[in-house]
Design a protein around this ligand. Structure first.
Ligand code: ADP
Ligand code: ASP
Ligand code: MG
Length: 815
């Protein structure tokens, strides 16, 4: 014998009820069956709305009822053949008339007692059970409808009634014990027998009805049919990657459902567990698909954590004060007062100092809790021994659950470090000595992010990273192409799932939480209605609150760089080729690095020096492994290298500069390159990364530009001055040619002194054979004393810069 329960979504309309019928038919060989049904999806909510509106004296309180009427009549018409419709329609109309009468009473007296509310709500299941039973009969199934108030008997705790198991079990056995065929019963609704008052078992209570029936009848199995494939590792509406847990123990299922896994109403487990009846949770819309079996013993599993949950609308209350230390009975008084006020306490923590006790309840219980505790401790509060209850609301509880979590060292460390590095602030923690559950109170707005972070940490081999990209110019564009091409490989080989969530140029922002399709990002950005403003971009990025968020600044803009501190403080990593921040005042540079560290995120800017070349990374590796830097000697400007490589006898310096600008080898303003400022910034960044507290002003610059070229009003004016001083540049070139040497703008850091200067190098020097836009960096260190460590290669260009940014992104993901 089996008990099958179908939830609200499974019976939401005629088409779905046909699917239910198919499942029931397939179970017929295992008859007798009891089929428990919920109200049609959304009907209980509509009844609550009706009764609240009636009690509030709103004239249109019958509006939600009209929708219930329409749906019920439509179900009858679609599910029953013509010849029997009139009888069923009359029956349904009668129920609806009764309901309307009750609601009218509520409207007239402007009062809705819990008892009347239960009566109103009972109509949902009474309607659905009747209609479904009739439908079964006319499909040839041996079905009969049984009124649940005759079967489940409870106390008078309306809205959340508790069964009288002895009486209930006897009733059920008497009425259903010897039956063959199918008994159809509405869930959720019960009664208090002495006065024949209708009660309900609490929202979601149809599961409970089914469990009570299964236990009383000693069913072989309880089947809960719903709209998801069983119990998943997390709520699939919150965690897209959640998957079905094949087997769960009763204890685990109980913890998961208590902490928010709504798929099973928490009290459901107990009655069937007592009789060791397994529960099968399956999907009405995928009956042959994955399902969960809930039973006593569970097989060993590779995952220590079985599932995770969250509950919103949580308030945290703390009672503290010197008068609590070492005073026995404080907890008893506190929780006694809460119990008397019917406050349900969900989580409790107390520090061993005994100075405070913190507990969590639903926000709906907050007022009652506050009043009860402040009254109980009124005397201690008046004498200052205890401070009035401290209250915080707008919180959520998240929990990880698993039988195999016992004795797993490091599990909570893993949980809290994953949350911490994503900026989820923990307000309270509780772990019972069963070690089956660890729960934490956090901001409600962080719950979705927290669940995804934990799901990734405990259940998946993939790591998602959410990218927010500003700047889709030469470098940004190439970066997007590289990401699009590399995505499949990254997912397959490294388990890294990169999602571009936002893109912006100077005019517009395109934003999509599910990820922008990189095949046509240009159109999406073009068609976006949202104008670009950095403030707005950052606001949206913070509001999205996605885990593993990375901000990528592909601009050279000071305005964008200003936002880094705010971004890092929002636990979002920053990756950028933009040198402005790292070469700004030393204090600011330090603050950025410290902020990143404090918030558990990264601020990476490898492409500030030598584009994609591993310069900063190499320097860091040397220093971290204990090497000492003696000297860094480098050609760090691909642009200047290009200029002097092409500046041969017979050419004009100004023409080469203009050519380089036209070919995109210079900064938008070539004066930044030629003045040496760009090289100064780079050596400054290297000096700082090498540990020197240095400012731009500390770098000795010997400009190769004559003074008139250094103080120009515009780029045009600059070109004119370069032309006017052609002799100066020719002379520099000639002097080098005469010695058979080559001109390079070299940056040197030596014993804490940094300089930038145009010099000529003889054949045999590593700088001599430096072609095109190449950069070179020589590190002379304790370990590389005789021969310096050399990093050399293309130091400019979109491809290599994008590659460097890409590598930093992967570094943030840390795989
Ligand atoms: P029914 O109406 O069938 O009783 P419910 O809406 O009460 O269905 O419960 C099913 C819902 O529970 C799912 O649609 C899902 O959103 C939610 N849910 C929450 N946590 C979980 C979980 N861990 N596994 C599966 N579903 C979950
Ligand atoms: N119809 C009730 C509710 O929506 C009971 C149930 O569906 O389990 O809460
Ligand atoms: Mg339910």
């Amino acid at each position: 014998m089996l008990v099958l329960k179908f939830g609200g979504t499974s019976v939401a309309n005629a088409e779905r009820i046909q699917q239910v019928t198919a499942i029931v038919k397939r179970r017929l060989p295992q008859a007798p069956l009891v089929v428990v049904v919920s109200a049609f999806g959304g009907v209980t909510d509509a009844l609550i709305a009706c009764s609240a509106q009636a009690a509030a004296g709103q004239e249109d309180y019958l509006a939600p009822l009209q929708r219930i009427t329409d749906r019920s009549l439509e179900a009858v018409r679609e599910l029953l053949p013509m010849q029997v419709q009139s009888g069923a329609l009359a029956q349904v109309r009668m129920l609806l008339n009764d309901l309307e009468d009750v609601l009218k009473g509520v409207f007239l007296v402007r009062e809705l007692s819990p008892k009347t509310k239960d009566l109103v709500l009972s109509f949902g299941e009474r309607l659905s059970a009747y209609i479904i039973a009739e439908h079964f009969k006319h499909r040839g199934l041996p079905a009969e409808h049984f009124a649940s108030p005759d079967l489940i008997l409870t106390d008078r705790n309306f809205g959340d009634a508790r069964p009288d198991f002895a009486a209930t079990n006897e009733r059920i056995k008497n009425r259903l014990g010897d039956r063959e065929g199918i008994a159809v019963v509405g869930g959720f609704v019960a009664s208090h027998a002495p006065k024949q008052e209708i009660t309900t078992l609490g929202r979601g209570g149809s599961d409970y009805t089914a469990a009570i029936l299964a236990a009383a009848l000693g069913a072989d199995r309880l089947e809960i049919w719903t709209d998801v494939n069983g119990m998943l590792t997390a709520n699939p509406r919150q965690v897209g990657d959640a998957f079905t847990i094949p087997v769960v123990s009763y204890d685990e299922a109980m913890e998961l459902s208590h902490f928010g896994a709504k798929v099973i109403y928490p009290p459901t487990i107990q009655p069937v567990r007592d009789r060791n009846i397994p529960i099968h949770v399956g999907n009405t819309f995928d009956p042959e698909g994955h399902y969960t079996r809930i039973q006593q013993d569970i097989p060993a599993t590779s995952y220590p954590v079985r599932g995770m949950t969250s509950i919103r609308d949580i308030a945290l209350l703390s009672l503290s004060g010197p008068g609590m230390v070492g005073v026995p009975g404080t907890s008893r008084r506190l929780f006694g007062a809460l119990a008397r006020a019917s406050v349900n306490v969900i989580l409790i923590t107390q520090a061993s100092s005994e100075h405070s006790i913190t507990f969590a309840t639903r926000e709906s219980h907050l007022a009652a809790a506050e009043a009860a505790v402040n009254e109980e401790f009124a005397y201690e509060i008046s004498t200052g021994k205890v401070t009035p209850l401290k209250v915080e609301s707008g919180l959520a509880i998240i929990a990880i659950v698993g039988e195999n979590m016992k004795n797993r060292v490091g599990l909570s460390g893993q949980m809290f470090s994953a949350l911490g590095s994503n900026g989820v602030n923990i307000r309270a923690i509780a772990q019972g000595s069963s070690e089956r559950i660890i729960s934490a109170v956090i901001e409600a707005g962080d719950a979705g992010k927290a669940l995804n972070v934990l799901h990734e940490a405990f259940f998946t081999d993939t790591v998602k990273a959410h990218l927010f990209i500003v700047g889709v110019g030469t470098v940004g564009r190439v970066l997007l192409t590289q990401i699009a091409e590399q995505q499949p490989w990254l997912l397959d080989q490294l388990g890294v799932d990169l999602k571009v969530v936002a893109l912006a140029n100077t005019r517009k922002i395109a934003f999509s939480e599910i990820g922008i399709d990189l095949a046509d990002w240009k159109t999406q950005l073009e068609n976006s209605a949202q104008a670009m403003s950095m403030g707005e971009f950052v606001r949206q990025m913070q509001a999205a609150n996605l885990h593993n968020s990375i901000f990528i600044d592909n601009t050279a803009s000071a305005e964008v760089a200003q936002f880094y501190p705010q971004i890092l403080r929002a636990n979002i990593s920053v990756v950028t080729p933009n040198k402005i921040a790292a070469s700004s005042g030393y204090a600011h540079y330090r603050t950025l690095k410290q902020t990143a560290q404090r918030y558990g995120v990264k601020y990476l800017f490898e492409t500030n020096v030598g584009a994609g070349l591993p310069v900063i990374g190499t320097l860091k590796d040397l220093i971290r492994s204990g090497d000492r830097i003696h000297r860094i000697e480098a050609v760090l400007s691909g642009t200047l290298n290009f200029l002097f490589n092409h500046f041969k006898a017979g050419t004009r310096f100004v023409d080469i500069v203009q050519q380089a600008k036209a070919e995109g080898y210079t900064e938008p303003d070539p004066r930044i390159d030629l003045s040496g400022v760009d090289v100064m910034r780079k050596i400054l960044i290297l000096a700082r990364e090498a540990g020197y507290e240095m400012e731009m002003a500390d770098i000795a610059l010997k400009s190769f530009l004559p003074p008139e070229c250094q103080e120009t009003e515009s780029i045009e004016d600059f070109y004119a001055q370069l032309e006017a001083h052609a002799d100066h540049f020719d002379a520099l070139r000639q002097a080098a040619d005469d010695k058979a040497e080559r001109l390079k703008v070299a940056a040197v850091l030596d014993a804490g002194q940094a300089s930038v200067e145009l010099r000529s190098y003889p054949q045999g020097h590593p700088f001599f054979e430096l072609h095109g836009k190449d950069n070179i960096v020589l590190f002379t260190t304790d370990r590389y004393r005789e021969q310096p460590l050399v990093v050399k290669g293309a130091g400019a260009g979109a491809e290599v810069t994008a590659m460097g940014i890409f590598a930093d992104i992967i570094r943030v993901v840390n795989v």
